[in-house]
Design a binder for this molecule. Sequence first.
Ligand code: MN
Ligand code: MN
Length: 302
Amino acid sequence: MVLKIDRLPIELPIPTNPSANDAAAVQELLGGKFGEMSTLMNYTYQSFNFRGRKKLRPFYDLICSIAGEEYGHIEVVSYTINLLLTGVSKRGIDPTIAPLADGVNARNTYHFLNSGQTALPMDSMGKFWSGENVFSSGNLKLDLLHNFFLECGARAGKMRTYEMVSDPTAREMVGYLLVRGGLHVVAYAKALEVLTGVEVTKLLPIPDLSNDKFPEAKKFMNNKMHLKLYTFSEDDYTQVGQIWNGNHPEDGQPLEVIQGTIPGHAPPDLEEEPQLNAPGSDDYAYDPQMFADMAKKMGIKP
Ligand code: MN
Ligand code: MN
């Protein structure tokens, strides 16, 4: 089961230059082949499907812990897209002035036609994410090898998105995900080492450029976020430390397991876009007294 927390792993700045085309590029990190939908769903299904976990418990605990983290990654990428799309069309309720006209020239018209100028599970070319991106062979060595490759591919996508999009909201998010995805690369490399004895960490970094070349990533590394593996569970997945231990292969600092979650920050409150009727419901007025009266009638104690 999943316990939901209404927080994002990082504090996202408001974009200095909202841009529908930047948002379209960032979609690759959400619904691309190597995006967060793929990492989330790969590890989630591999955890459900894990056979023989009594014998291989630390590997199960590792995949479950990382699956838990990926949920927060789809959230933080989605919020980045949402912030980049906030205010990119003309605000107002008069349809005759064609308030969505700029959407015609945007790379992705779904953001205007099928959502409230918000994220959808698709890639940077508007192709929707598919379950075909999930690899869950049932063979632990093969699945770990796939996960290592998936995280390296995801890392390449993040680096290139950073090079395409200079907005600080996008770069803060990409910097954070480079660090956390970099940790996942090392985690799957170490898991393969424990399982097979092959020194997979010698291949790192893939691609060659180190995370500390990205100032936003460097900031998170200074806070040791490249060293801390979180279980995203109060009491479970306690054997993950049998894999996540020793020193980081790039800077030699000690690795650490943290039982629980990243403390996080409140998600940004997304402004209304009346020209899309998002959210609409203009006649609705929040009335705390009405809710209190209803609760009283139903016998619910305050
Ligand atoms: Mn991720
Ligand atoms: Mn990851």
